[in-house]
Design a protein around this ligand. Structure first.
Ligand SMILES: Cc1cc2nc3c(=O)[nH]c(=O)nc-3n(C[C@H](O)[C@H](O)[C@H](O)COP(=O)(O)O)c2cc1C
Length: 139
């Protein structure tokens, strides 16, 4: 069982957040995979998921959008949303709503959002989120 950190990113900013989340999960002792959304193959063997996208034209990027449209029942799976944005940042909110509607158990009340490139403090929040996902996986 592993933590999956799935992302879609145009300029690497959301990807940097994904890498920090996995770093946190790995440091906390979980197996963790950073997965490009176009390579995501499903929820088998996953004990926690963080799903992230930047916002483009007020929307979630298409590969993450597709994952959201095909979500299976998540049955309380530990879940979190994240993403970089420029000015409005709708994508992480949409992801959080869809994960929750599918039965995911959101481990943060609010998604982690980074305006432009994630700052050190946001990257620290990302690592902490990874740690919390790892903790859920160990139970
Ligand atoms: C064509 C285009 C449309 C965008 N539309 C939005 C938008 O509607 N709202 C927003 O908050 N940011 C918007 N952005 C900004 C990106 O979300 C921002 O640059 C983000 O940091 C990109 O992260 P990424 O490298 O992970 O893709 C847009 C950027 C581009 C190039």
């Amino acid at each position: 069982m592993k933590v999956a950190v799935v992302y879609e990113s145009t300029r690497g900013r959301t990807k940097a957040m994904a890498e920090a989340i996995c770093e946190g999960a790995s440091s906390a002792g979980a197996e963790c995979a950073v997965v490009d959304a176009k390579e995501f193959s499903g929820f088998d063997d996953i004990c926690g998921i963080a799903l992230g996208s930047s916002t483009r034209m007020k929307k979630t990027l298409p590969m993450v959008k597709r994952i959201l449209s095909e979500l299976p029942p998540l049955n309380g799976l530990a879940a979190a949303a994240f993403g970089s944005y420029g000015w409005s940042g709708e994508a992480p909110d949409e992801i959080a709503v869809k994960l929750s509607e599918a039965g995911g158990s959101l481990i943060e009340e609010n998604p982690i959002k980074a305006k432009d490139y994630p700052s050190d403090s946001i990257l620290e929040q990302c690592r902490a989120l990874g740690g919390k996902l790892a903790e859920k996986c160990s139970k």
